[in-house]
Design a protein around this ligand. Structure first.
Ligand SMILES: Nc1ncnc2c1ncn2[C@@H]1O[C@H](COP(=O)(O)OP(=O)(O)OP(=O)(O)O)[C@@H](O)[C@H]1O
Ligand SMILES: [Mg+2]
Length: 504
């Protein structure tokens, strides 16, 4: 396993990496950084949570001079939250070089962005729409750009950003370095690559399974009307540190977040119809732990790196296998463990099997947790809280009362009563959610030989293989076809190697 001293990096960059607590390079970093430093175009694919951001961020920071006054690099990301996050990681890497990265995304005051642009940032991290806006206003010029990175490249295609990306890249000099990154590379990404990349190196660190091995994956087969109580029981039994619950539509997310609040969970929703202010607030509160359940549409499926997310719940089955991979990839990051639970209506079982086939990962069937299990889980949390106070000896002012009560009552009964009070009564406020239709799977002609469905299908077939299910909520209706290529023989396995991050 490579350390960062193995690459020819400036001492200031190495120092920043060390301060971030990175000891060893992850597999995608060891393989991509040398090519990127040589200026090669690159297509990088590696599992979720394995450090793709630094894989392009490190070589990028290394080559930019702090004296530079122009925008020399451009990073495109599909969502605002991701643009903000990538910009933060780039800032950390650029700390000692004192470079000026700037996130540019929709929903933020454009006047403020224009003022920030006057301070000569060298790196712009943006979403395509707002970037085009600035280009039209001539507040951003791209004619000095030397490096372009498309993070979550396949998602940007899927969201129908192809035209925008084309318009943006037309303004960037042809003599440049371009890199694409994602955990999933459906075959139609080739179109993008052929058009925008020049003799790219393919770096693929996808071992046998597409999703990270550190994620335990389960599913529960149930009726739509059982979903909510099942979610509550799972939350009680599992007591996640932080959890993300994915719903299919914006309405679903709103209803679910409100319902969870009614039942006493500290939850809030995130989707594209909220104001940017609301989106920022929800993300900040989730990151700092003031809410512990984030309910979201697929807007939160890609790239978001929030430490402490131990559980992902697919309240509704995702539209396609790529979305599944990215959603569950919000947990089990940077070598940590995580769990993903997927709710499947009886009629959706075929979809689930398709996901298993494409991701080459068995998803284990589990029963609906019982009420008793849920209560037991809640009691365990209460006991842990009590023991924590005990260990930290934070009870001095209650000691006299305890002695007094113990003189009069039985200790077991007394403690049980206190635990009951702390755990709270079972809150079974009646909840009614607007039902969502189960995903319908269209019979495909190539269903007989489903092994061939992904990857090796001809362009004509791909359309049909992508049509299992309706449109993604609010999307343009354009769907990508297919998924992971199955016949990639040059996949180098990352094996069982792990990498650690020391607490910096
Ligand atoms: N070499 C390293 N050692 C330890 N931790 C690392 C290393 N490189 C990156 N990380 C950390 O791992 C986490 C995941 O990284 P990152 O968000 O770049 O993953 P990703 O591959 O882009 O995932 P996704 O496909 O979900 O976007 C981050 O918290 C990052 O700081
Ligand atoms: Mg990423």
């Amino acid at each position: 396993m490579a350390t960062f001293y193995d690459f020819e990096l400036e001492p200031k960059v190495i120092r920043a990496i060390t301060e971030m607590g990175f000891e060893e390079a992850t597999p995608i970093q060891s393989q991509a950084i040398p090519h990127a430093l040589q200026g090669r175009d690159l297509i990088g694919q590696a599992q979720t949570g394995t450090g793709k951001t630094a894989a392009f961020g490190i070589p990028l920071i290394n080559k930019i001079s702090p004296q530079e006054e122009d925008i020399v690099s451009l990073i495109l990301a599909p969502t605002r939250e991701l643009a903000i996050q990538v910009s933060e990681e780039i800032s950390k890497l650029a700390r000692f070089k004192r470079l000026r990265p700037l996130p540019i995304y929709g929903g933020q005051d454009i006047g403020r962005q224009i003022r920030a642009l006057k301070k000569h940032p060298q790196i712009i991290i943006g979403t395509p729409g707002r970037l085009l806006d600035h280009i039209q206003r001539k507040t951003i010029r791209l004619d000095k750009v030397q490096t372009v990175i498309l993070d979550e490249a396949d998602e940007m295609l899927d969201m129908g950003f192809m035209d925008d990306i084309q318009s943006i890249l037309k303004l960037v000099p042809e003599e440049r370095q371009t890199m694409l990154f994602s955990a999933t590379m459906p075959p139609n990404i080739k179109r993008l690559a052929e058009q925008f990349l020049n003799d790219p190196v393919h770096v693929s660190v996808i071992p046998k399974q597409v999703s990270a091995p550190s994620i335990a994956q389960f599913y529960i087969e149930l009726h739509e009307r059982q979903k909510f109580d099942t979610l509550c029981r799972l939350l009680d039994r599992e007591s996640p540190d932080l959890a993300i619950v994915f719903g299919r539509t914006k309405r679903r997310v709103d209803e679910l977040a409100e319902a969870l609040q009614k039942r006493g969970y500290s939850a809030d929703g995130l989707h594209g119809d909220l104001s940017q202010n609301q989106r920022d607030t929800v993300m900040r509160r989730f990151r700092d732990g003031s809410i512990d359940v984030l309910v979201a549409t697929d807007v939160a499926a890609r790239g978001l790196d929030i430490s402490g997310v131990t559980h992902v719940f697919n309240f509704d089955l995702p539209q396609d296998p790529e979305s599944y991979v990215h959603r569950v990839g919000r947990t089990g990051r940077a070598g940590k463990e995580g769990q993903a639970w997927t709710f499947v209506a009886h009629r959706e079982i075929d979809h689930l099997h398709l996901i298993e086939k494409v991701t080459r990962h068995r998803i284990t069937k589990k029963p609906i947790p019982s009420i008793a299990e849920a209560i037991e889980g809640k009691q365990k949390v209460t006991a842990e809280k009590v023991l924590e106070i005990l260990q930290k000896e934070q009870y001095a002012e209650y000691k006299a009362l305890a002695i007094q009560l113990l003189e009069q009552y039985d200790s077991v009964q007394l403690l049980a009563a206190a635990m009951k009070l702390l755990t709270g009564d079972n809150n079974d406020t009646e909840i009614v959610l607007t039902p969502e239709e189960p995903l319908r799977s269209k019979k495909r002609r190539d269903d007989r030989n489903s092994n061939r469905r992904y990857g090796s299908s001809k362009p004509g077939q791909r359309r049909s293989s992508s049509s299992y299910g309706g449109n993604r909520g609010g999307g343009s209706g354009h769907k990508s076809g297919g998924s992971y290529s199955r016949d990639r023989r040059d996949r180098r396995s990352s094996g069982t190697s792990t990498y650690r991050k020391t607490e910096a």
